[in-house]
Design a protein around this ligand. Structure first.
Ligand code: ADE
Length: 242
């Protein structure tokens, strides 16, 4: 899979060198390329923003550097993929976008090429989205949650991790994906490890639930299902339509 990120803060994405995503890059399962939007400006100050037409607070990202950046990134991506017809999906992290959920991560993990475009300030000139759509490029706006970040970079870190860990061969144990929270529409059941009996620093003896020690796979599976439903009802009744 290839992922390009266009941002004015490439350093924000450096944690993608670490852990599982870093290993996927080193193993060749992920080709991740960072691009500085300011490299596509032509003035001394490398300006990427200007005041909003019509008035209002804050600054808006100018269309010209974005158009140049997309032209460069799309050409470089097609060359790297060895396919001059390859079409990326362009994702704009945006608090006004569609909520980014596990189903979106799952479906994007099957794509060969994603471009993340990180807005800052009040956002990007609307004509950039129009231009991409008119030239036949698929664009999506995704929100990480109902709160406002200073820009899309943190959202890209989260979305990239959620997507890339689902790419076949990236996660060490594919079975752990099957039962985790959100993969089946429920939150995950409580989990325990050894020792089976643990005395916590407050002096309480805390035992692992007995059913888990029974060795009875059917009863364990049923207990876990019940716990998952109960936990979801308590914490996220919206997932159950309640
Ligand atoms: N940019 C700013 N806030 C955001 C959010 N909540 N999700 C995605 N991108 C953002």
């Amino acid at each position: 899979m290839r992922i390009d990120v266009i941002t004015i803060f490439p350093e924000y994405l450096h944690p993608l060198d670490l852990s599982l995503i870093g290993k996927a890059r080193r193993d060749g399962a992920l080709d991740l390329q960072l691009h500085n939007l300011r490299d596509f400006t032509h003035d001394r100050h490398r300006t990427v923003d200007d005041t909003p037409v019509g008035g209002g607070a804050g600054m808006v990202m100018k269309p010209e550097p974005w158009a140049e950046a997309f032209a460069h990134v799309i050409e470089a991506g097609r060359r790297a993929l060895g396919d001059d017809q390859a079409q990326p999906i362009v994702i704009f992290p945006n608090p006004a976008g569609e909520p980014f959920r596990q189903a979106a991560a799952q479906s994007l993990s099957g794509e060969q090429w994603l471009i993340f475009a990180c807005g800052r300030y009040e956002g990007i000139d609307e004509r950039v989205y129009e231009y991409l759509r008119d030239t036949g490029i698929e664009t999506r706006l995704h929100s990480l949650g109902d709160y406002v970040l200073n820009g899309g970079e943190v959202a890209v870190l989260a979305m990239t991790e959620a997507i890339v860990r689902l790419v076949p061969g990236v996660l060490g144990n594919p079975e752990s994906i099957v039962e985790e929270s959100h993969s089946v529409g429920l939150l995950e059941y409580p989990i325990y490890t050894k020792p089976a009996s643990w005395t916590s620093p407050d002096g309480q003896v805390r035992d692992v639930p007995e059913v888990l020690m029974s060795g009875h796979h059917g009863r364990i599976a049923q207990w876990r299902r019940e716990q998952a439903v109960q936990r979801t009802r308590e914490r996220r009744p919206d997932l159950l339509g309640e």
